[in-house]
Write a protein that binds this ligand. Sequence first.
Ligand code: FES
Length: 368
Amino acid sequence: MSQPEWHDLGPVSSFTAPLTPVLVGRTKLAVTRVDGRFGVISGVCNHVGGPLAEGRVDGEYVVCPWHNWRYHARTGSGEPGFEDDRVPAYDVKVEGDRLLVDLASATKRHKAKHAKHPLDRDPVREPGPVRVLGISTTAMDPQNPRYSTSDALLEAAVDHASARGLEGRMIRLGDLRFRPCEGYYSKSARACTWPCSITQMDPSDQLDRVYEAMIFWADVVVVSTPIRWGNASALYYKMVERMNCVQNQMTLRQRALIRKKAAAFIITGGQDNIQAVAGQMLGFFAEIGFVFPPFPYVAHSRGWSAEDMENNVRYVKNSGELRDGARALVDRAVAMAETLLRDPSEAAPMPRAGRKADGLEHHGPVDE
Ligand code: FES
């Protein structure tokens, strides 16, 4: 056994809160005071290094502020069922009015093995014809469906891909149950994980289907949206916010999950603002690594003064030109994807390709 190394943390009176973060040299500590009893454990979470000492105390456990992993406030062991996930715990004592911690008493950190999430793998393109994924972002009552102009044109586009002998697949966001982004990135860039933190924590969340298809399967992604109050649909933004984890891999690790993929868009609305909607979509998809064919979107709107939506639906239903336009859009996107797939620079890294052109230095736990 090593000699004790008692370190004075300060007057007891300065530890009135249930949880206090303390830094001793480079060692981060979480000091707890629960029912008058002191405890000291590491301030660094086992999961992805979250700041445990900045979390909260729940009963006898310290809860990590990033993804809610729990460790016993005095023993450092994980919550019941996860005891094997342990952070270092330290001996602590009160002498006079001072709180002391024995730095030499740290127990060993132990990270239990957790099964990898199925999305936690490198994207590898399987051989086969070009794959076209349509993502429809319109919302409707599934029990009483209505005619959607954006959805109908997207269907024509994906059907065209299948008719060409390519692989075509549609995902309608309205059919999926998925949570909105809950702001893990707002806590810390490192709290926004790949796979998405929500996807890893909530098996009932169905956005994994979009991640799987977009990142691992598709060569071409065609997204359709109606115009709602001058913007893309709410479901579009709900999906896009959950894509932060894809872009964040560039910021954190210069890891491009999207490579050699083309994106294109179908935008329809009774009223206008097509170019602003297209601008947002182009900007976002460029930022996560997609490239675009020439003329990367087709759109339709009857203009600001048109309130006759019945006529708008009738117009789109009967318009062969719009369908031809959607098919031609797919052809351009497929041609772009084929060009990209022929490019031999497969494994070339993309340094500083993140939108800020600078990385975020990754610091692991400091107390090991
Ligand atoms: S729960 Fe602590 S970093 Fe994820």
